[in-house]
Design a protein around this ligand. Structure first.
Ligand code: GLP
Length: 244
């Protein structure tokens, strides 16, 4: 794992966007694994800037997202499909048919199969990741056992709590989600995880300060991946006592 401490989260996002631009430019048919969440928002802003100012084209790009809430329609402003359309897809020249986010408001088992088929047939050149306060990646929640493949998950109580900041109330947060499994995520050729904010301290301590890999902190599985970069801003690095 390559660990890069940045001055601030904006620098982490700019650097991630540049990596993604290089991947898009050097592959004939780039396939990107995308993530939602506040952490990734500025990365998409930077990509939109690169599209406008540096001729970055998404014409040949395909994307697969990490996860989606079950029960939310794509038009719901907290659905991950809505997030992607709003922050990136509607602002660049991507063919929307080449983007995939599981559909949250359809028959779940059929959609799950479609999701796994999509993952099996698309080899991701790149995967962007955020991390949950409890170390979850996508919606792979801490557990004695984790899944390799896409699955339907009961979202952890602490994640419902953490994500409730995006909803009107905690009761509005869906209780289930589709998620890529850890095996799917680790198949991406290159992974970048970004972390900012004091609430990510415990997860980042487990990821950066120790050698342990534990399914009780899913992000630690990234230690097994041969091409993963972690961008952590200076404030969070200092807070957890990481000094290179
Ligand atoms: C959600 C998503 C994750 C994301 C995490 C952190 O639960 N399923 O993919 O990484 O939250 O989100 P944020 O960046 O908003 O803190």
């Amino acid at each position: 794992m390559k660990i890069i401490v940045t001055e601030n989260h904006l620098e982490s996002c700019e650097k991630t966007a540049k990596i993604m631009m290089d991947i898009i430019n050097k592959n004939e048919k780039p396939i990107l694994g995308l993530a939602t969440g506040g952490t990734a928002e500025q990365v998409y802003e930077e990509l939109v800037k690169l599209h406008k100012n540096s001729n970055l084209s998404f014409k040949n790009v395909s994307t697969v997202n990490l996860d989606e809430y079950i029960g939310l329609a794509p038009t719901h402003d907290q659905s991950y499909r809505y997030f992607m359309n709003h922050h990136l897809f509607s602002k660049v020249d991507i063919n929307i048919e080449n983007t995939y986010v599981p559909l949250g408001n359809t028959e779940a088992n059929a959609e799950l199969k479609k999701f796994q088929d999509k993952l099996n047939s698309t080899k991701r050149h790149f995967q962007i990741l955020g991390v949950g306060p409890n170390g979850h990646v996508a919606f792979n929640e801490p557990n004695a056992n984790l899944h390799a493949n896409a699955h339907i998950v009961d979202i952890a109580e602490s994640t419902i709590e953490a994500n409730s900041r995006y909803f009107n109330s905690k009761n509005d947060v869906p209780k289930k989600a589709f998620t890529q499994g850890m095996g799917d995520i680790l198949k991406a050729e290159q992974i970048v995880l970004l972390a900012t904010g004091a609430n990510k301290s415990d997860a980042m301590k487990s990821l950066l300060l120790g050698d342990e890999i534990s399914t009780e902190c899913p992000c630690t599985l990234l230690k097994t991946h041969p091409n993963t970069t972690i961008f952590i801003d200076k404030d969070l690095a200092t807070l957890i006592g990481y000094n290179g």
